[in-house]
Structure formats: C-alpha cells, structure tokens
Write a new protein. Structure first.
Lengths: 426, 426
C-alpha cells in the first residue's frame, strides 16, 4: 500500500471524483491507527455526505471495515443461519419475537445487536429489564447457544468491524450520521462480519423513522441489499411504515410484555403481521418451508423464547414492573384520530427515562408509554389516549410535555395504511 | 448568549439553512475556547464549503473573528491609511514597491503580512533576504513607523483575529481552504482588525493563482468588498491576470532586486503597470491627488523604501547573493512562446528552496528562478528560457524537474493579455 495524503483524499472526494481502492484502504487504516486525525476523517465524512460513494468505493470501504476486525465462522452450525436488522422505529420490539419464532421453525438466528441511542430504543435495553438476563456473551457462548437453542440476542462483540465503533462515535458528534453509504457500510460491515448466511433488512420509513421519504428508503435498501449480495449474504429488504408507533407499548419492560403477548398468539395485529412477514422472508431465504403462524399458535415459539432468555441467565416468567409515577393523557374532545406521531411518542418515552442521551447513560426499565389509540380510531372527549410511566415526577413531567400534541383529532375518516410497503430484492 | 449544540449547528448548515447570529457566535467562541472540538469545526467548515454562507452569516462570522482579538487604532495618525492585499501570485513582489510608493504620495500604508505557504511566496520571506531586516515589530513600533515614515511591512501580530490562526491551520489539513466565504472572512477579519481606513484587493485569476476562473474571482472579490464596506473600510478589488509569472524574478532575494529596479524607475513593464494601477486606486480611495509615476521618476519612492528598510534594521544597499548552484534551461527548438506556466515556475522556485512546505520550515534567500521570456516572445533553439538558483545540487535538481515543460513553444503569434482585468467596487 503506497503512501497517500489525507488532504488529497478529502479534496478528491469533495470535488466529486472517486477514490481508488488503495486510497480508501490507506485512509481507513490510517484513521484506525491514529495517523489520520479525527478532524480529517470528519471532513471526509461530510464530503461523502454531499458527494456520496460509488458502488465500487462503497464495497471497498465496507471491505476495509470488515477486515479491521474478526469474522465469525458460523459454518459449523447444523442449521442455516439468517438474521434481521431494523433501521430503528418507535415501539420496534420485533427482534424479541422474531428470533425465537424463526428458530422454532428450524433456522439459527444470530442477533448480535447494538445499544439504543436517541428516540428509538435498543433491543438489548429492552431485554435487560428481565431480571438476571445478560447481554454480553463470548463468541463461543453465542455460537454454542445458536447450536443448542437456535437463537441468540446478545451484544455485538467489540471484535466485529471495530473501526465502525470509532467512525460511528465521530459521525455522531459531527452531523454525518445521515449518509446512505455511511449508514449502509456501518450496518452491513457488522452483519457480514457476524457470519450470517442470509439477512432481512427492515427499512423503516415515515415520521417516526430517521428516513422520512420512500425514495430515500428505497435508495438505502437497495444499497444495503447490493452490499450484502456482493459479500455472499442472501439479502432482502422490506420497507415498512413508521408513522405511528409499532404496537401499543413503547419503552423497555413494557415492550417485553407486549412481545410475550405476541409470542403467546395474542398482541397487537400490526406487530404480529410484521413479525410474520419478516419471518416468512427469512425462512424463504434459507429454504425452510414452515408456516411461522403454526409456531405462534402451538406455543413452540414462546417455549423457545423462554429457553433463549434462560440460557442468558434471565427469568422469562418474572413479573416486570412499570414505573411507579404515572399519568394518563386524555382526548380534549370527540373526533377521529388523524395521526399518532411516532416521533413525538418516541421522544416522550426517551424523556420518561427509557432512552439515553449518551452511550454511558443508564436507562430505566419501567419508563415508557402505552398507546391506547391508533390512526382511524373514534375517540370521545376525556377518553385516555396514552398512559405514561416513569420512575420519578421530574421524568414524568418531561415526558408529558413532549407527548401532548402527539395525537391529532379531526373529522375525516382515515384509511388504515398497511405496515408492509414493498420488498426490495436487488 | 444561550447554549447551542454543535451537532445542531453543523446539521443546520449541512441541510442548507442559515445559522442565527447567536449560533455563529457560540460556535466560534466555543471553538476558540476548546468546547467545540476540531472534528466538529472541520465538519462545519466542509458543510460551509458546500452550502456557503449568506451575507448576514458571513458578516457575523467575520465580526466574531475580529472580536476574538485586538483591533488597532490608527486614527491618531496624521495621514489617511490605506492597505493592499493580494490573494497570491507567482512573482508577486508588488507590496515591496507599492507600500513605499503610496507612502511617498502622502498616505500611510500599514502592511501587516503573513508568511508564504505553498507555491506563492510571502512578502516577509522576501524582505528577510535583506541582512539585518526584522519582520517582528510591536504594535506601537509599527504605528510609530507609520507616522514617521508612512509605510511599514511587518508580521501581523498574533493579537489580530487570533481565531483565524486556529481556523486556518484546521482548514489547511482538512481540505477546506478553497471556500469563498472562509477565504473572505480570513482575509478581511485581519485587515479590518488592522484598522486601515481603505483597502485595495488584488484578486489573482488564472493558471498560477488559486482562483482559476473569472466567475469565481468575481464572486470572491465582491464578497470581500461587501465585507469591507459593511465594516466601514473603503474597499475596491482589482482582478488581475496570473497565467504567467509577474515580472521576471521568482524567489526571495531575486524579487527584492527586481523590486528595487522598479522603485528606481526601471524593471519589468508588467510589474510597473500593476503597481501604478493599484497605487492610483489606493490614493483615490483616500482622496490624495498625486500621480504616483512622479514618485518613481524623482527617486522619492526609492528613498522612502530605504528609510522603511533601515527603520527595521535592514541595509537596503547590501548586495544580495543568489544561490551558488545554477542551471540554465534552454529552448529545444525555434518558436513563439505560447505560454509560460506560472504554476510550474512557482512550484520550481518552491522546490529550489524559496518556499516552505510547513510553517516551521526555513526558506532559502538565494533560491529562485529568473524568467527570461514572456508569452508572445520569439525564441530560437538553445536560447535560455530560465535561470535557476539553489543552495545545493539536490534542490537544483528538484527545481529543474518541475520547470522543464513550463514554456510551451508553437507557431501561433499570441495576443499579449492585459494584466488588469477589471475593477470591482461593489
């Protein structure tokens, strides 16, 4: 690898030209090693925000990220492996249901997850509201659990694409998170390094998602699908609506409770519909011809969930307490629900204590929001719209202030939108 | 001043919206104080590169830069003050002639200058080839010399717009130098803080300048003129051609010698023409009705130059030696000079030892290039085109490699372009 100049690489991208394979490798490796400074990498990231990366640049960028760490070998497992990644939505507890459900159908689901940051919660934070459950497993423990049970949800080890950790922390403080190639390489480098054979991407689009428009969601989806396929991972993306919260529960313990409802064959229709659609796609990708609905109905998905939680030290039957400080938001007048603002609800749950502002912050297990109405519902004056839960009055008050205008009432009847928008396979 | 978030400010600009006065003040002051990190400022600078600054944002940005340091008070001087700034060209020794010439006409010229970096040399580096001459004066020394002699060329004190020093160092390593609002605020904050009443900007455009196109030169010129006027400095810009080197001499001592030639009424026609044009504009701005040509012809400009050099410890009559290692580049065949590449000549002089790659590097007084032909000249085979001077063979060889193709010969007769392109007053 020859020597490059960071300034030349930044100005090349800034001026709209493509970077050579060698320049990308030099820049990322030098950044990882400290020879390229944070202020140089952030300038390059902002230039990439404006100028993008070509498919070839993006493939190389992602390769170098993968090569910066270890790559798990799941090939010795007796079952086919398939994972799911969501770009993040309010009330998105799908992983908790999907991993045991798909495992109950015969696949192995290696859900190596990150922490939540901002208004969309993290799967690990939700599961940590279960007494005794631990997120951190060694690679061998995770692989053993995949073989013996078929599903593992645990913290992604620091060995997978470690440069992503450094780049993500930098993007987070420099306004360079929202770039399609940077998002794509960040997500896909970790999933490819994780070693899964197949992957379904749940790309959220709407007011409560970080991608607001269908065209951007399509671009992100097809970029990630292309990256996965070019690295030998069978990848499909499902675009899904994220205007109102997914299901009724938004928080940590409150979402675990709702997930268990779905695993026992009950729960909100939209959560069940989305889980089954993603499960069918995952099974299709690994050639397993089982209808997942049968595994919800016969109790085997719930049983597998219990084994998965127990294997990581948790008690799946322990009662989960919600925050002791509570408030009910009611309707000011009669009307039809025109919209439930997922972003508003997500921010409220975050302020109630369910989310964190900084990586180091703890989260509250019991804080959260129960959404009692959905778009299209008729409500009468004083009817409850939301129940809020927090650990103290200060958090309760902060959450309350964010949610007051989250439901818009009107007199138009509204068509209920389908949560499934479209599937992108190339 | 309220509290802002650096990320919000970066994303606001990234997304094309204008920053509030308060946000700009907070960002720059926090950067100066260390609360905003280099990687955040460089991301903002790259966003500004792409999205620009509105006139209001730019005025505020510049105000905050000025307010970060001291502002000289030249109002107690008995003469009107007028300065000149050049955006940098190859062989641009105009300041050395212009300051004493305009002072000889009755104005006070406070030339507080910076160091050269890259292929265009710095005025201070050139003057430092004079034995004994010192660039560093206190503010009081500079003001006293302005009163007693009328001209001072010295190093700009660190007290003027100190945040520019930090910002410039950051821009230099992050590919964010070439932004019109950032260039404009960097130049104008220092000139406004310097306290001059009037200012003429020499905006170079062409192959040897960092601005290559007329439209960008016009944009830069009118941005700086607007900033000067809104801060009470009578400002005019002169766009000038920088395709071939200015004059014949490119280097340090070699340019001082050529400047003295012009001050004594001799020297290359283009240097004399540009100096007189700029001098007339400067005098016009401060209402002095003297034809500067008379001050070249009667020796008073040269006399003032000698006093200016002596006041700073220099011996204006000391012989200046050129580098002892020499090489002559000759024409390969007969022809008409189609072009002399100013950039190539500038880079050659720099590699011969006349310029520096890093701020800390020393420069050679004797290194440089003498250009023996200009565009439109007829030459015959083996006729000398350039004389190169260096302190050792290694530098000589490096300079030689850069200059070999700097003269293009052909059979077309060429129109000699005027060095004065246009004047921009608003």
């Amino acid at each position: 690898m020859s020597t490059h100049s960071a300034v030349d690489i930044i100005t090349t991208k800034r001026d709209g030209a493509a970077l050579s394979d060698d320049a990308i490798e030099w820049m990322l490796d030098s950044y990882g090693g400290g020879a390229v400074a944070d202020e140089q990498m952030s300038a390059l990231l902002m230039a990439i925000y404006f100028q993008g990366l070509t498919p070839r640049e993006l493939a190389r960028w992602t390769d170098v990220m993968i090569a910066s760490g270890e790559r798990l070998d799941l090939s010795r497992l007796s079952r086919p492996t398939v994972d799911k990644h969501s770009t993040g939505g309010v009330g998105d507890k799908i992983s908790l249901i999907l991993a045991p459900l798909v495992a109950a159908c015969g696949a192995a689901v290696p859900q190596l997850s990150g922490r939540g940051l901002g208004h969309t919660g993290g799967t690990l934070d939700k599961l940590e509201s279960i007494p005794g459950w631990r997120a951190h497993l060694s690679n061998d423990e995770a692989i053993d659990q995949l073989e013996s049970i078929g599903a593992v949800i645990c913290a992604a080890g620091t060995g997978l694409a470690p440069i992503d950790r450094k780049l993500y922390a930098l993007r987070d403080v420099t306004g360079t998170v929202e770039s399609i190639p940077l998002i794509s390489s960040s997500i896909m480098s970790k999933k490819i390094a994780e070693g899964t054979q197949a992957l379904v991407l749940d790309v959220k689009v709407g007011r409560g998602a970080f991608i607001k428009t269908l065209s951007r969601a399509r671009e992100l989806a097809s970029t990630m699908v292309g990256l996965g396929r070019s690295h030998g991972v069978a990848t499909v993306a499902q675009l899904t609506a994220m205007n109102q919260p997914l299901g009724r529960a938004v928080g940590n313990a409150i979402e675990v409770v709702e997930s268990v409802d779905v695993l026992r064959g009950d729960g909100p229709a939209d959560v069940r519909e989305l889980t089954l659609a993603l499960a069918r796609t995952m099974l299709e990708l690994v050639g397993i011809d089982v209808d997942p609905v049968t595994k919800l109905d016969d109790g085997s998905a719930y049983e597998l969930y219990c084994r998965m939680i127990e294997a990581q030290g948790g008690d799946p039957t322990a009662p989960l307490a919600l925050g002791s400080h509570r408030h009910v938001v009611t309707a000011a007048h009669d009307g039809i629900v025109q919209s439930v603002d997922a972003l508003g609800v997500g921010v409220a749950a975050w302020r109630l204590g369910a989310g964190r502002a900084r990586k180091e912050d703890p989260v509250s297990a019991g804080a959260g929001v129960m959404c009692l109405v959905r778009e299209g519902d008729f409500v009468v004056a004083h009817q409850p719209l939301f129940e809020l839960y927090a650990d103290d009055d200060e958090h309760l008050e902060r959450g309350r202030a964010s949610i007051e205008n989250a439901v818009r009432l009107g007199d138009q009847s509204t068509d209920v939108e389908s949560i499934l928008i479209e599937r992108i396979s190339s």
